[in-house]
Design a protein around this ligand. Structure first.
Ligand SMILES: Cc1cc2nc3c(=O)[nH]c(=O)nc-3n(C[C@H](O)[C@H](O)[C@H](O)COP(=O)(O)O)c2cc1C
Length: 396
């Protein structure tokens, strides 16, 4: 909702600091949100990131049905990271009544301070049943779900936000209409990942679409998401789109210190963390230690750490053998031994450590229920199949 200042006015702006992000009653000094990422943004990773800088740090997604059924794993996923506030969680759901019940349970039991709703999942097994990124195509269902969530959260004063993609594909865009609906029913902020379901993670995120949404949605904050790999990218997105804040996903995989850079950048400071190998190794060790507090066993924690190894070491000179042994690590002692083998005097490598990282791929024709695109309203048949979609979802 921030209006874009003319370039000349921006150049002469006396105070380079950006305003805080306000989501309902929540104020974040730095207008930055850690994107929920299934399998990544657990309590250990969120803590590692928030130790670096201010922002909202969203837990991994859980389904509304699992919450209502008090699934132990789902309750563990939304468990807070110590005393840290605000506690942001993300819920995926396809049925207004179940989403409403899940949000009611969360706020009545004081399990979160902010609930984000996921309408961004492009995974075929979800979209094939009409869930995730293709759900807003059914405008009555989308409105029903977000209304149920907002009404359930209102008595506790907990803000509800929406995270979505542009639409099904370039011929079936939904984001402007969905953003306006969200604003109308009392959603506290909307975030747009500038890709369609068909785009998956291919190409580059469409920041022009984010600017378009920001122009259309004027009463609540709009957040931009997609392809922020550095603090400079975050500032560039704000300049390009006028958004009130940014949502950062893959860019912080193996680089939790990006949140320190983001805090500095949004405060108008030039300092950036350019870590040498020693700092990277210490961060990996701290990450692993925190993981051991989150997972039931050291083995499980270290197994979960394996996928982070390549991200942490991107761009650094590390032998193939050591890399592959790190990617099979099982205990903290083993990790310590392997980290000691790194060339700890190695300075920051610069460009090879920067740029895109994590999930990528090529466009895919979205798998959809037969006839899904024929109507913007939901038939009973689709309603039944959607219920099945909730059972198989696992990320965005
Ligand atoms: C491993 C992984 C897991 C993800 N899980 C979720 C999720 O649970 N919920 C969600 O809304 N988006 C999820 N996403 C999408 C991200 O939140 C984000 O929208 C996307 O990665 C684009 O932002 P980026 O370019 O900054 O990475 C996931 C992305 C990745 C790479």
């Amino acid at each position: 909702m921030t209006t874009l200042a003319p370039a000349a006015a921006q150049a002469s702006r006396p105070d380079p600091a950006y305003p805080p992000l306000r989501i309902g009653p929540i104020v974040s000094r730095t207008p930055v949100v850690l994107a929920p990422m299934a399998g990544v943004t657990n309590a250990a990773f969120r803590r590692l990131c928030r130790e670096q800088g201010a922002g909202l740090y969203v837990a991994e997604m859980v389904t509304s049905r699992a919450l209502v059924e008090r699934n132990v794993e789902s309750l563990r996923i939304i468990a807070p990271d110590g005393d840290f506030r605000p506690r942001s969680i993300q819920i995926y759901g396809v049925d207004p009544a179940t989403v409403g019940a899940a949000v009611r349970m969360v706020v009545e039991e004081d399990r979160a301070d902010h609930v984000d709703l996921n309408f961004g999942c492009p995974v075929p097994k979800v979209t094939r049943r009409g869930g995730g990124a293709v759900l807003p195509w059914k405008r009555d269902l989308f409105r029903g779900i977000i209304t149920a969530a907002v009404e359930a959260a209102r008595p506790a004063g907990v803000p509800v936000t929406v995270k979505m993609r542009k639409g099904v594909d370039d011929e079936h865009l939904t984001y402007v209409e969905a953003g306006l609906t969200a604003q109308e029913v009392g959603v506290a902020a909307v975030a747009l990942h500038g890709r369609t379901a068909a785009d998956h993670y291919s190409g580059t995120a469409d920041w022009d679409a984010i600017a378009t949404l920001n122009e259309a949605v004027t009463d609540i904050p709009v957040l931009g998401n997609g392809d922020i790999w550095s603090a400079e990218d975050a500032l560039a997105m704000v300049e390009h789109t006028g958004v009130d804040g940014v949502v950062v996903g893959r860019g912080c995989q193996g680089r939790p210190w990006l949140f320190a850079d983001l805090e500095a950048a949004f405060a108008g400071r030039p300092d950036r963390i350019r870590p040498g190998m020693q700092y990277v190794a210490e961060t990996m060790r701290r990450h692993a230690t925190l993981m051991c507090e989150v997972f039931p066993s050291e083995y499980k924690a270290l197994s979960e750490m394996r996928k982070h190894m390549a991200w942490y070491l991107k761009g650094y000179v590390v032998g193939g053998d050591l890399r592959s042994r790190l990617a099979q690590v099982s205990t903290l002692t083993e990790l310590d031994d392997l980290l000691a083998e790194l060339d700890l005097d190695q300075p920051y490598p610069g460009e090879p450590a920067e740029g895109p990282r994590g999930r990528a791929g090529s466009p895919k024709r979205p798998a959809l229920p037969d006839g899904w695109l024929d109507s913007r309203e939901l038939s009973e048949d689709f309603q039944r199949r959607l219920a099945e979609a909730e059972l198989s979802v696992s990320g965005g």
